[in-house]
Design a protein around this ligand. Structure first.
Ligand SMILES: NC(=[NH2+])NCCC[C@H](N)C(=O)O
Ligand SMILES: [Mn+2]
Ligand SMILES: [Mn+2]
Length: 374
């Protein structure tokens, strides 16, 4: 047995081993492994051996079908091209990557962010394209919610990071206690009141956080976002940041005041990524080792030398192995219930850089969807 295996605690090893067995037993070939199909539910229920596992399934710990949800959103930031992510990842063969890992795949058509239906006349300047972002994220929230309720694993492909507003809202409707791993160079903790840019891809966490009264967001002033007025919120201890290195002044203040667990690049340099992920899970799993988890992976968390095709590059990011380790550790927790990857923009790089970034994105998806090195 190789060294890394020995250094795993027995408990972790057992969890990983049992997860791999499950993934293996669920890779049932045949017609049910294709899109959607009503037959899937039957096969799944046959595979549920006991009440105990049915309980696990309730929290999506026992996923067999992943729904690829393409969210080609560009309105949360100023550049064209951010909508190309879902199609390009599909063209690379994302579906095969997932089936080879043992998933059944429901490959949904991309969400349709129909600009004609939306008037932007009332959009405030500090929340650019507010109505369009609201329309798209509301659709996404409904889709993510309904897939989770079916027991599917939603895999959201952005689009810019404003899609996080929709993914998180959908997840929170079904799993209010979800633990969130936010992998990003940025905290995305702005609100229209604090943002310097007005770009809503810098706001998903800020809009959904359960703020103190003086910082609360007035959704009645954000056209289209009425669905968030009584929507679910994230409590500050429900999220951990990994990879931060470009934080705005109010974001810094709020991370401290609210006590949000944040691992910056300094922490990763200081402790190493292994220890950082251990500490992240320790924080999220407090009181519930089976807490379901969501990973939101902004490709700009990775160093721009490796992932140049993205809109808000910040030097000094995750190395290739650090980037994968974060994804692998999330998969190995055995608790991942949903995932999202965002902010590819192939038009902001040359061809080489664009395909390098997409290839990395595809590999990171494989890692958080359960690909292991051994
Ligand atoms: N998802 C992203 N890439 N966000 C970048 C946000 C940058 C900056 N903090 C802003 O609010 O405008
Ligand atoms: Mn982001
Ligand atoms: Mn970012």
């Amino acid at each position: 047995m190789s060294l890394p295996m020995q250094s795993l605690s027995l408990k972790t090893f057992q969890r990983v081993a049992s997860r791999q067995t499950r993934l293996f037993t669920t890779a049932v070939p045949g017609p049910s492994s294709t899109t959607g199909g009503a037959g899937i539910g039957n096969v799944e229920s046959q595979l549920l051996p006991s009440m105990n596992d049915a309980e696990l399934f309730k929290h999506c710990k026992y996923p067999r079908t992943t729904s690829i949800i393409g969210a080609p959103m560009t309105f949360g930031q100023p550049f064209v091209g951010t909508d190309a992510g879902p199609a390009l990842l599909r063209d690379r063969g994302l579906r095969n990557v997932l089936t080879s890992l043992g998933w059944r795949v429901e490959d949904l058509p991309d969400l349709d962010f129909d600009t004609e239906q939306v008037s932007d006349a009332r959009d405030p300047p500090n929340a650019r394209n507010c109505s369009l972002v609201a329309q798209g994220t509301s659709k996404l929230a409904d889709t993510v919610e309904s897939k989770l309720r079916k027991g599917h694993f939603p895999l959201v492909i952005g689009g810019d990071h404003s899609v996080g507003i929709g993914s998180l809202t959908g997840i929170l409707r079904v799993i209010p206690d979800i633990g969130i791993i936010w992998v990003d160079a940025h905290a995305d903790l702005n609100t229209p009141a604090t943002s310097g840019s007005g770009n809503m891809h810098g706001m998903p966490v800020g809009l959904l956080l359960d703020h103190s009264e003086e910082n609360a967001v007035d959704f009645t002033k954000l056209p289209g976002f009425e669905f968030l007025i009584d929507g679910p919120r994230i409590s500050p201890d429900q999220i951990v940041y990994i990879g931060l290195r470009d934080i705005d002044p109010t974001e810094r203040l709020w991370i401290r005041d609210y006590g949000i667990k944040a691992f910056t690049m300094y922490d990763i340099d200081h402790f190493g990524i292994g220890k950082v992920m251990d500490m992240a899970f320790e924080h999220l799993n407090k009181g519930n080792p089976n807490r379901p988890l969501h990973i939101s992976y902004d490709i700009d968390a990775v160093d721009p030398l490796l992932a140049p095709a993205t809109g808000t590059k910040v030097r000094g990011g995750l190395t290739y192995r650090e980037a994968h380790f974060v994804a692998e550790a999330a998969a190995q927790s055995g608790n991942l219930a949903s995932a999202e990857i965002v902010e590819f923009n192939p038009s902001l790089s040359d061809d080489g850089g664009a395909s390098e970034t997409l290839e990395l994105g595809e590999q990171l998806i494989a890692s958080f969807m359960g690909k292991s090195l051994l």
